[in-house]
Ligand binder design. Structure first.
Ligand code: NDP
Length: 327
């Protein structure tokens, strides 16, 4: 038997989450059984643990949209017992049981071998949020980052923290947008050269075009923030749109696209093909300074998850929550 955070739904549709003991026979079907070492808390996990169950498609359910650990058993020639692996995406933790357990059974296709130089704990300090940040940076690079500071919104959160550290390491000036002024020193430690208050973007005039200010942007916030910053991107620059922490609406005009050739690049981490996932993880191992990653880590256990799920939905988590499932 082993420990898992199980989410249940009662006859009235009310969900509850509790740490419980389950066995290997309870796990869903898959080619590879993994002894999970670490998982994380992402915004989506907050939705899945919280009331209503968010994106969970079947109950009872083990959430956790990512994990890293060691292969225990494998029916697939690509993996053998003892191999270190990492998983993000593929609706694990929503449709298929995820990483909030000491063991997981998944399809081999969903896994990636842990890149050299990264421990399972470091891989989960990165996790889905950091993996997505890397995809966003790669998308900006593919379209060309213009001169001048690169804007990162929701900067003190998971995606924002990792994006800030990667962009700074790559030599870009980073303007970190945050609604929490108390995180300024933390963000400067990650390499941000400029701290921008949330209101400075949100409360600009609602003209479709403002002065050209930013060479590109990783946006984790969406909504009003994304609508406003589109009009501030330099000619031909790009915005990698990652998230909707500030709202799913987009009260923008087409003017920045028409008159400034701005590119809006949608980033999806869930259905990334294997080769892209390997490429992104290898870039993470080479372009994300591990000392900066250390400063992002907030350690947690399975028992902490119900509260942390609430915190992340309120935008109160700083950096990355790393869950030691064996603690
Ligand atoms: P976090 O909660 O860690 O970070 C989000 C940050 O956004 C907060 O820390 C806060 O930063 C800011 N924020 C929160 N609420 C608001 C608001 N109302 N207005 C403006 N800013 C706000 O979440 P993650 O970084 O893990 O995820 C960010 C977004 O990206 C989520 O929407 C998530 O679902 C999405 N996502 C998408 C993925 C994809 O594949 N496309 C993968 C992973 C995440 P601050 O305090 O600094 O302002």
């Amino acid at each position: 038997m082993f420990k898992a955070l199980m989410v249940n739904k009662d006859d009235e549709g009310k969900t509850s989450a509790a740490v419980t003991e389950i066995g290997l026979d309870d796990l869903p079907e898959g080619d590879v059984t993994v002894a999970v070492e670490y998982s994380t808390v992402n915004y989506k996990d907050g939705l899945c643990i919280g009331p209503g169950g968010g994106l969970v498609r079947n109950y009872p359910h083990v959430p956790g949209i990512d994990f890293a650990g060691t292969v225990e058993a494998s029916d697939d020639a690509r993996y053998k017992p003892g191999d270190k692996v990492v998983l993000t995406g593929w609706r694990v933790g929503e449709v298929h049981w995820g990483g909030y357990a000491q063991k997981a059974r998944v399809k081999a296709d969903w896994l990636v071998p842990l890149p050299d130089g990264l421990s399972t704990q470091q891989a989960m300090a990165v996790g889905t949020a950091g993996f997505t940040a890397m995809l966003a940076v790669m998308a900006l690079e593919d379209h060309g980052i213009k001169d001048g500071p690169v804007l990162v919104t929701g900067a003190a959160g998971g995606v924002g923290s990792v994006a800030t550290a990667i962009l700074a390491h790559l030599g870009h000036e980073v303007a970190a947008v945050t609604g929490r002024p108390e995180t300024a020193e933390y963000l400067k430690g990650l390499g941000a050269t400029q701290i921008v208050a949330r209101e400075e973007i949100n409360e600009t005039t609602k003209r479709p075009l403002e002065a050209e200010a930013w060479g590109g942007c990783v946006d984790a916030v969406g909504g009003e923030m994304l609508a406003r910053l589109l009009g501030q991107i330099k000619y031909g620059g790009s915005v990698a749109a990652v998230g909707l922490a500030g709202g799913a609406g987009l009260p923008a005009t087409v003017i920045p696209f028409l008159l400034r050739g701005v590119n809006l690049l949608g980033i999806d981490s869930v259905m990334q093909p294997y080769d892209n996932r390997v490429r992104a993880w290898n870039r993470i191992a080479s372009d994300l300074p591990m000392d900066k990653l250390e400063t992002m880590i907030q350690p947690a256990t399975l028992a902490d998850l119900p509260q942390l799920g609430k915190d992340i939905l309120k935008g109160q988590v700083k950096g990355r929550v790393v869950v030691d499932v064996n603690a």
